[in-house]
Design a protein around this ligand. Structure first.
Ligand code: BGC
Length: 847
């Protein structure tokens, strides 16, 4: 039987409210028969009907959509075997271009000039009485800051940190809530607005008021009565405001202070607020941050000073939830958070730097529950003061963007399985509205280099289509005048590179080229490439400009001063930041080859043959310069792993040199006892550079190594997430403090080097897309590392693709699942191959 297993609107499954004028639709099919493809489909959206042979990114081309309207969507699919299937969904349009009746409001009496802290949370309210019966009610809301809405004390929606983090000068999301069932006719609407990213302290310099001087709220309630009439109630001077109330303090880094005994003594009249920025207000197009896993403590340890230390057994990003059995009004509970413990069992908070990461709660009388709403922490351990363990049930809630967990990998080696789990947890911890570097210390910024190297692995495990598309619009918005991309997006107060505002930074800025490419490979939706193409092109031109200083072949070697680059960031074979940066001539030149090649590929897809040629020529020249100026006959004068990995993986060397470079890399790796020596730019590719060039044996030795530095060293000494530094903890479980010239830059939840996940899927399990969205893919497991089985599943836009193989000394067996409308080339270890249409297959061969 044919079934439509997934139907998306704007890449969302389920409720979607959108302002897109031409929304995109997609669907996946399932069948219990083999070799099934979509023959044709009919898509109906409202009155528009279109026939298509596509399943992905079908763009609406009907009459103009009206705002505030629910549109039914129906797909009728006919498969190649004659079967048909039907599925229905609907979406709702947002405000589109409807002007807001509500005005931006704030507390005119609140001036906030303190530096390095966040403003007091501001609470707005409005009493509402309606005489008629309500048929439907929608609440539209956004803020400067982050808001929590309640109606009659009940939270509206499940989202944290709305309206989300965007480049506020350009984009600001608003949320749409269906509040029909929450209104009684006599209601109190309330909104707490904390400083968040727009007003609160952010970035390690703790700048505040970056976008607005104080918080502001914009909301509108649209009521449709049963008699057919409508009414719109917007924010205006009839609303009241105060900084009193239970939310005393909220800050990304310092945490939250909540006083359940606090009351408001005086409400003031809210006043209209003039904003400094005028962003486009758009119906939420990202992925809301919501609560996910609930973790229970594994150990509860009373400490000599009367506090209690709880260990959740897992490092993650989120908040605690205290279910307090009985308390006295005024009793104060203080919860501190940390990723690691000191030797004496107390929390080690040294690496949180200025982040206080504390939740302080003043109890009311009796039983009650508290969980922070306006901040989050990165932690595995907490210490609790002010309440005995018997009096409180302690849990922790993982909080992150609600991206679907669509992939999975496992194998016969438990350490690798833990590595996969660590990669997944570091993803969850750093997909918090934007892709961040880490969730605990005073950063949590949108570092471009981190997601650049991690995005392929991220996509294997999660559906990042909406999440990354939202962020990429900010990348585009934040591009500097002459092409450079800021190192963190949204910039939000982070200055560097301030001295040279037009500078482009290799491998970090490259995110504007590579991340859209990775999105396209995973979604098959070319629109992201169309949107980003001018940005990519301008960026590569800027890089080319900076590289162009010099004569002869040196015009293709990017050698601007090392201090302006990050180079081989966190490479463990050298100990100083300056030494990572000294390698930037190699990383930057390889980056220019990589990005110009990618732009050429995009140009080809967009039918721009002149650009295709131009950027391919540039890539060729840069590759040649690397091979001849930075290397001689495949050898580097000062050898380092990344210096070999990049030209090998990116195919920058003539065949003879390439083989020599592989041999040299192997010798270097062997000399280093199969330990990792790469920084951010080389780590994702080193195993491919070896395995794809005849040295799978060496790649597996590196992967399975448990000596420091290696992926499995971290696992062996107890990591539950991916670390920023390979030597984050020594064999005794103690941190390596400030040994790298970067002071306390020690994070235990940094996904970048988890980019090895790409290798687990593509080589160990052996599943690899050969055309966008896995329309065609290969399954070609790479046997090694003494593994006796491996399996992976991937949530492709066509449905789930999966592989599961096992072996003993004599035979190899593999099962593959091929989604409807896709084709898999299965290659067995004995070299035999066959092309499989959709279905589930089992094959084996002798070894
Ligand atoms: C961040 C990184 C980032 C780097 C740039 C660090 O402070 O945590 O992950 O990419 O700076 O050099």
């Amino acid at each position: 039987m044919l079934k439509i297993s997934r139907l998306t609107v704007e890449n969302a499954v389920g409720r979607c409210v959108t302002d897109a004028k031409t929304p995109r639709f997609g669907f996946a099919l399932e069948s219990d028969q083999e070799n099934v493809r979509l023959e044709s489909a009919v898509l109906e959206v409202g009155t528009w009907r279109c026939e298509t042979k596509e399943q992905l990114a079908i763009v609406y081309a009907g009459p103009a959509l009206a705002p505030f309207t629910v549109y039914p969507v129906r797909v009728t699919a006919k498969a190649s075997n004659g079967e048909t299937a039907v599925a229905e969904t609907s979406f709702e349009t947002g405000r589109m271009d409807t002007p807001w009746t509500g005005k931006w409001i704030s507390d005119a009496a609140y001036t906030f000039t303190e530096k390095k802290v966040s403003p007091k949370p501001m609470t707005f309210r409005r009493q509402l009485k309606v005489g008629k019966k309500i048929a439907t009610a929608r609440l539209y809301a956004t803020a400067m800051g982050i808001y929590e809405l309640t109606i009659n004390g009940k939270k509206v929606g499940a989202q944290y940190f709305a309206p989300g983090f965007t480049s506020y000068k350009t984009h600001l999301q608003y949320q749409t809530y269906d509040v029909t069932g929450m209104l009684t006719g006599n209601d109190t609407l309330q909104a707490v607005v904390a400083g968040g990213w727009a007003v609160g302290s952010f970035v390690f310099t703790r700048v505040n008021r970056v976008t607005a001087d104080r918080q502001a709220l914009l909301a509108e309630l649209r009521l449709t009565y049963e008699d057919g009439t409508t009414e719109v109630i917007g924010t205006d001077e009839t609303w009241e405001v105060t900084e009193e109330g239970p939310f005393v303090m909220a800050d990304w880094y310092d945490g939250e202070t909540y006083d359940a005994t606090a009351t408001v003594t005086a409400w003031r009249k809210a006043a209209e607020e003039k904003l400094r920025v005028s962003p486009k207000l758009e119906a939420e197009y990202g992925v809301p941050v919501t609560a996910h896993e609930a973790l229970r403590p594994m150990t509860v340890t009373p400490m000599a000073d009367g506090t209690t230390v709880y260990d959740f057994g897992q490092n993650f990003a989120g908040v605690v939830r205290l279910n307090i059995k009985a308390a006295k009004a005024g009793q104060q509970i203080v919860v501190r958070h940390a990723e690691i413990l000191n030797r004496d069992g107390t929390l080690n908070t040294a690496f949180l730097r200025t982040a206080k990461a504390t939740a302080t709660y003043t109890c009311a009388d009796g039983a009650q529950t508290y969980s922070p709403r306006l901040s989050y922490m990165g932690f595995r351990y907490i210490s609790v003061a002010g309440i005995a363990p018997a009096e409180v049930e302690v849990e922790a809630i993982a909080v992150y963007s609600d991206v679907a967990h669509t992939g999975g990998f496992s194998c016969s080696n438990e350490l690798l399985n833990r590595l996969q789990s660590n990669i997944t947890w570091s993803s969850r911890s750093n997909f918090v509205d934007i892709p961040t570097d880490c969730p605990q210390r005073d950063e949590r910024m949108g570092w471009t280099g981190d997601i650049h190297v991690f995005s392929p692995t991220g996509f294997f495990n999660f559906d990042l289509s909406r999440f990354l598309e939202k962020w990429l619009l900010d990348v585009k918005a934040e591009q500097l005048k002459s092409g450079g991309i800021p190192n963190t997006v949204p910039v939000q107060g982070y200055g560097f590179p301030a001295t040279m505002p037009e500078m482009a930074i290799d491998w970090w800025g490259d995110a504007c080229v590579i991340v859209p490419w990775v999105c396209y490979q995973n979604t098959g939706d070319i629109s992201i490439l169309k949107t980003m193409y001018p940005t990519m092109r301008k960026y590569v031109d800027a890089c080319r400009f900076w590289a162009g200083i010099g004569v002869g072949k040196n015009r293709y070697i990017w050698h601007t001063p090392a201090t302006l680059h990050f180079g081989d960031w966190v490479a463990p074979d050298v100990s100083q930041m300056a030494q990572w940066q000294q390698r930037s001539k190699w990383t930057a030149t390889a980056s220019l080859c990589n990005t110009s090649r990618a732009v050429a590929r995009v140009a080809a897809l967009l039918g721009n043959t002149a650009d295709e040629k131009k950027y391919n020529d540039l890539a060729d020249k840069v590759a040649d310069a690397y091979a001849t100026v930075l290397m001689k006959d495949g050898k580097l004068e000062n050898e380092f792993q990344t210096g070999y990995v990049l030209p090998i993986y990116l195919d920058m060397l003539p065949a003879a040199d390439k083989q020599k470079a592989v041999d040299n890399l192997v010798a270097l790796v062997e000399k280093g006892d199969y330990c990792i020596g790469t920084g951010f730019p080389g780590t994702p590719y080193i195993l491919f550079a070896l395995a794809d060039n005849g040295r799978a044996d060496v790649a597996y030795k590196m992967l399975m190594n448990t000596k420091c530095p290696s992926w499995l060293y971290e696992v062996r000494v107890g990591a539950t997430t991916i670390w920023e530094h390979w030597n984050g903890l020594d064999e005794d479980g103690q941190p390596a403090v400030g040994k790298n010239g970067t002071d306390n830059m020690v994070s235990y939840n940094h996904y970048a080097s988890g980019a090895v996940g790409d290798f687990l899927y593509r080589r160990v399990a052996g599943i690899e897309a050969t055309s966008p969205a896995y329309r065609t893919f290969t399954v070609k497991p790479l046997i090694g590392g003494e593994l006796t089985r491996a399996e992976a599943h991937v949530g492709t836009p066509y449905g789930e693709a999966a592989v599961s193989w096992k072996k003993d000394s004599a035979a190899f067996t593999v099962e593959v699942r091929v989604p409807v409308s896709t084709e898999c080339t299965l290659v067995l270890p004995d070299g035999t191959s066959e092309v499989l249409g959709s279905g589930t297959y089992s094959r084996s061969c002798k070894l």
